[in-house]
Design a protein around this ligand. Structure first.
Ligand code: DX5
Ligand code: ZN
Length: 216
């Protein structure tokens, strides 16, 4: 199965961010997951434009920007200006899911729609044809290092049945070498990992996760 690994820089050492991104890239990770939190949609604040503008200059990795912010439509253009390749916003954070997808796609960027663990997939089904990716959160958004919620695998299987094999279904939160098999078999094909990549040897972690996915 073709699985895409997207290390989440939320778990990186920000004093050595550039160096750690280069290590992730050299180890073979194709995407970089970039978590933006506003302290309103989620009870935490991360980082935004200055960081993304800077790291865009040092790598050609696919920038997968995960917006955990209210009214994403206000900032979508600015994140695309910063160099996002994918912009993923939360279905729970806007009244205009279709409009946000259009804004992103009009700029030649790819659009993802995220749902939190307790949000049913019904909310995003009308937009599957327009969107490029659905992100099924496997933790409550807001923090890295939380425990993986296994119940989300049911939504992943259901979604995979509806979308067919090529569509991008991303999982994010608590994923590691020990629990990655089940969600991938359920249909996830884009795997975000923060702690499981940046704690310890980035190179070894990426190689192990990549090898594991290659066996599935
Ligand atoms: C949580 C973020 C995740 C987080 C994942 O709100 O969206 O991307 O960084 O980190 P781990 O893999 O440590 O759960
Ligand atoms: Zn994320």
């Amino acid at each position: 199965m073709d699985i895409i690994l997207a290390p989440s820089i939320l778990a990186a050492d920000f004093a050595n961010l550039g160096q750690q991104i280069k290590e992730a890239e050299s180890a073979g990770a194709p995407w970089l997951h970039i978590d933006v939190m506003d302290g309103v949609f989620v009870p935490n604040i991360s980082f935004a434009f200055p960081v993304i503008d800077s790291i865009r200059k040092i790598t050609d990795m696919v920038f997968d920007v995960h917006l955990m912010i209210v009214e994403p439509e206000k900032y979508i253009d600015r994140f695309i200006d910063s160099g996002a390749d994918f912009v993923t916003f939360h279905a729970e954070a806007t009244n205009g899911i279709g409009g946000c997808i259009d804004m992103i796609k009009r700029r030649g960027c790819r659009a993802g729609v995220a749902i939190s663990p307790n949000t049913p997939i019904d909310i995003i089904l009308p937009y599957i044809d327009k969107a490029d990716m659905v992100l099924c959160m496997t933790v409550e958004p807001g923090y890295g290092g939380q425990a993986y919620i296994k119940a989300v695998e049911e939504k992943i299987s259901e979604l995979r049945k509806i979308t067919g094999s090529d569509f991008l279904i991303q999982i994010d939160g608590g994923v590691n070498n020990k629990n990655i098999t089940e969600p991938v078999l359920a249909g996830a094909n884009v795997i975000v990992a923060g702690s499981a990549v940046f704690q310890g040897s980035i190179t070894d972690n990426i190689k192990e996760l990549t090898a594991k996915c290659a066996q599935l």
